[in-house]
Design a protein around this ligand. Structure first.
Ligand code: SF4
Length: 434
């Protein structure tokens, strides 16, 4: 399958920390960082850890079965330092056994075609499997690394999955400086002259003045790529073999819209992500429309006047209507301050479940690490919903969550029960444990 690439030009202007903050907030646990524990990967993991705070973030690695021992040491170091589970993706055992039986364990030295076959089996296909579980991922690509990578965008959409390269515009010196300033763990092979680290038989140290990726498949000429990011000829249309996730649960839920409304910081995003993750775990078809993400895409250019806010909600409602009508669960996390426009959207969607996430202003102000509530209360921010702009709570929501009085887990349970009682989901509880 040839992969279509679509650039996200508006994200090109984000700095690496901002891009990671944004994607963690917008995509939550459907986002993960791909890491081979090189310096760039460590910078991204560190930035994500800072952006996530106490929230969970995900890291995965491709274990080809041919990695350096030092790479496993790095894996352990990342687990220890950041407290993350490094999700390890292995190749398909039968595919590897067949390949090795036919061509031997070191087939990559025999011909470029067999080298590509090995990368395909041990890297590209396992990556495709992993990506089917995600909606966004990040890599450590930098434009400076090679001519092939000179035009890498910070964000692109490949077959419906958002791919971020937050360090695309970083220099090697910036990576070095960040690594030193933050005392990041460094893969031991850099000290032995490696500049790019992959599988043990296919990467080696380089000489001073050699290009950064000269040590990868050093016996080959031309572009040095494995097929994950580029074709061997350096082209950016590549065969990633991403297939849509299997449709497993059309008969376990109806199409409906779950609409979270409430003040900024009340917990709408956290709850919407948690319920989306639980539904996806059970094979449900779910689209999560986060207000912040919508503002950068569907409603780019709209402001914060009442008219623009209403138009924003109208557009989100239109997308939800289409999704719900086609059997998909559309989940919205948006302040959506005005009752009339919410009711207008509700009237258009057959199965509409309104969740009011309530939290007192003084609690929100205490939670708000950016201090926006304090500034708004001091009159320094105009049009701030709940302070200098109205918020009209729903009069008859399907459920009200008091996020200052219950844990997210308790809230998710209550929302789940509401959906079950409404007859919108009918998963067999005996087949899973919450
Ligand atoms: S880098 Fe070498 S060992 Fe690793 S998957 Fe590619 S060809 Fe195989």
């Amino acid at each position: 399958m040839t992969t279509e690439i679509q650039p996200f030009t508006e994200l090109e202007h984000y700095s690496a920390p901002d891009l990671l903050s944004w994607v963690l907030q917008a995509y939550g646990e459907s986002f993960a960082i791909a890491s081979s524990f090189q310096k760039e990967d460590m910078v991204i993991v560190d930035l994500a850890a800072r952006a996530a705070g106490h929230a969970k973030f995900r890291v995965f690695t491709l274990d080809t079965g041919r990695l350096h021992e030092e790479t496993y040491q790095m894996m352990e170091e990342v687990r220890r330092r950041y407290g993350v589970v490094v999700e390890t993706v292995f190749p398909d055992r039968e595919e590897v056994e067949k390949m090795v039986a036919e061509h031997g364990p070191n087939l990559f030295f025999i011909s470029p075609d067999l080298r590509h076959a090995c990368c395909d089996t041990r890297k590209t296909r396992p990556l495709g499997r992993k990506l089917r579980q995600l909606r966004a991922w990040a890599t450590g690509l930098r434009r400076e690394q090679s001519a092939t990578r000179a035009h890498v965008p910070k964000a692109e959409e490949v077959e419906g999955i958002l791919k971020l390269s937050p360090l695309a515009d970083w220099t090697a010196a910036q990576v070095e400086n960040y690594t030193r300033e933050h005392n990041l763990p460094v893969h031991p092979l850099y000290a032995r002259g490696y500049a790019s680290i992959g599988c043990a038989p296919c990467s080696r140290a380089i000489q001073p003045g050699e290009p950064e990726r000269a040590g990868r498949w050093w016996w080959e000429q031309g572009n040095k790529e494995c097929g994950i990011h580029f074709n061997a000829d350096g082209s950016v249309r590549r065969d990633v073999k991403i297939q849509p996730a299997p449709l497993r649960s059309r008969n376990m839920h109806k199409g409906f819209t779950l609409w979270f409304t409430g003040l900024s910081g009340a917990g709408k995003s956290t709850l919407s992500q948690a319920i989306a993750a639980r539904l996806r775990d059970r094979g449900a078809e779910v689209e999560l429309l986060d207000g912040d993400m919508i503002r950068t895409r569907l409603s780019k250019g709209l402001g914060f006047s009442k008219e623009d806010r209403d138009e924003n909600i109208r557009r989100i409602g239109f997308v939800c209507e289409l999704l719900s009508n086609h059997g998909v669960i559309a989940i919205v996390a948006a302040i959506s301050p005005y009752r009339a426009i919410r009711d207008e959207v509700r009237a258009r969607i057959a199965n509409f479940v309104e969740v009011y996430v309530e939290c007192p202003i003084d609690v929100l102000a205490r939670r708000d690490v950016k201090g926006l509530y304090k500034k708004a209360l001091a009159g320094e921010i105009a049009n701030f919903t709940g302070i200098s702009d109205p918020y009209e709570p729903p009069l008859a929501p399907a459920i009200t969550i008091h996020s200052s009085q219950e844990t997210p887990e308790q809230s998710v349970e209550r929302i789940w029960a509401t959906l079950e009682n409404s007859g919108l989901i009918f998963f067999d509880r005996s087949t899973f444990a919450h």
